[in-house]
Design a protein around this ligand. Sequence first.
Ligand code: MSP
Length: 494
Amino acid sequence: MKFYITTPLYYVNAEPHIGHTYTTVAADCLARFYRMTGFDVFFLTGTDEHGQKIYEASQKEGIAPLELADRVSEIFKNMWKRMNISYNRFIRTTEKQHEEVVKKVFNILLEKGDLYKGEYNGFYCVYCESYVIVEDEKNPLCPDCKRPVKEISETSYFFRLSKYQKQLEDLIQNTEIVKPDFRKSEILNFIKQGLNDISITRKNVIWGIESPTEEKYTIYVWFDALLNYLSGIGYLYNKENFSKYWPPDVQLIGKDIMRFHHIIWPALIFALELPQPKKIFAHGWWISGKEKISKSKGNVISPEYYINEYGVDPFRFFLLREIPFGLDGEFSEENFKKRYNSDLVNDFGNLLNRILNLIEKKFDGYLPEGEIDGKIIEFSEDIYKNYSEKMENIAFSESIEAIWKLVIYLNKYLDEKAPWRENASDIEKTIISVFYGIRNLLIFLKPFIPETCEKMSEMMGLDKKEIEKFENLKTKYSGRIKIRKREIIFYRKK
Ligand code: MSP
């Protein structure tokens, strides 16, 4: 079984901020979850490097656009390394291979009659890299970002989007492609208003892929960028890899790029006569002081600060735990700290500490062999079922909620059994059972906080391999184990 997952390709005019990190961490968490379930996973991410916006950004710095792209794509790669992002491929749209695929697709669609030459008279928003319809032509502003837009009038190639209107309606109506469900009607209403063909070349933009036509045009950056999801796994040049992974199982995007992904992208796939992606999930925005966090708003929250101050895993955890994926959420350090202290320090970190302490005090650092309480075995199995259902629905925060039921249960179990008391009954069984429960927690939490889970498993004297697959949940742990040196992983923050 395979699982193909993608993130959007990030523009290289800005360094990675919380918005980019959000989508990427979410994709990483799903990729890890499916690997641990036993799927053959392909996780694609990368950078979007062409177009007028990037060109203008490079001019501002007085450097060549490729120089900017080289530098910023490296910064993205380094950030993903720091955040333990387990992608299989990082694609850059300036790669030769990708450019070739884009040109070939252009030709296929041209031959098919899905591209035709026409005149584009209208407005273009460089910031959104989008053709837009404005309200007031005398003072033309982008309907989305409200920035002034340019009027253009030029010959261009058009993609026959209108031809696919009915097919798109059926697709969206009858499949799970648009996620979350509440977005479906929004997209359908938009389509039902009627789809216009879209211009997919530009005449006066120099930074982009050249059209494979006699008269040269620059291919529209979104046409170029969307095709990465095909070229990234070998479309038209690596048949074996492509047929192994196509179609995408989950594509994650932010809600600002839904129309490109829920309308234009599936239409291109129809035109290429390929199977459609299973789910394209649009998550919400992180906002700060009521505004979307973005470079242009000047309210960027740097992942660096949170990583340095709290650690990579607490940052990953917060992003996925705090807000239901799909909804907007306010990012603040106050909320971050609250979540960190209550969930990671008090509940989870403390639980591990308590058990390792007990093993040291009561058994000289050796977990004895013995029986596990059936209640904990059963409870863990229920949690796993619940948790995996939520993960399959791309509901991260609800998945963690499910896992936290076990964290709370184990803490309470310890409180009630109080094995530190001299006259407590079942001391051995209690400690072994909680140890086993924590081992399960490490397996459940590994997709979210991989480094922490590995460290903790080491402290518990377990082999890292033991928490690498969900299948290992079946092993009922009760062997004699020597626990290792302890260290505090989550320090309380004031
Ligand atoms: N290059 C295009 C995507 C092309 S995909 C074929 C693009 N790039 S982007 O860098 O501007 O944004 C990438 C993603 O980051 C988008 O999905 C966007 O929603 C997400 N985020 C950017 N700021 C965000 C927040 N403040 N909050 C959450 N995600 C947001 O669009």
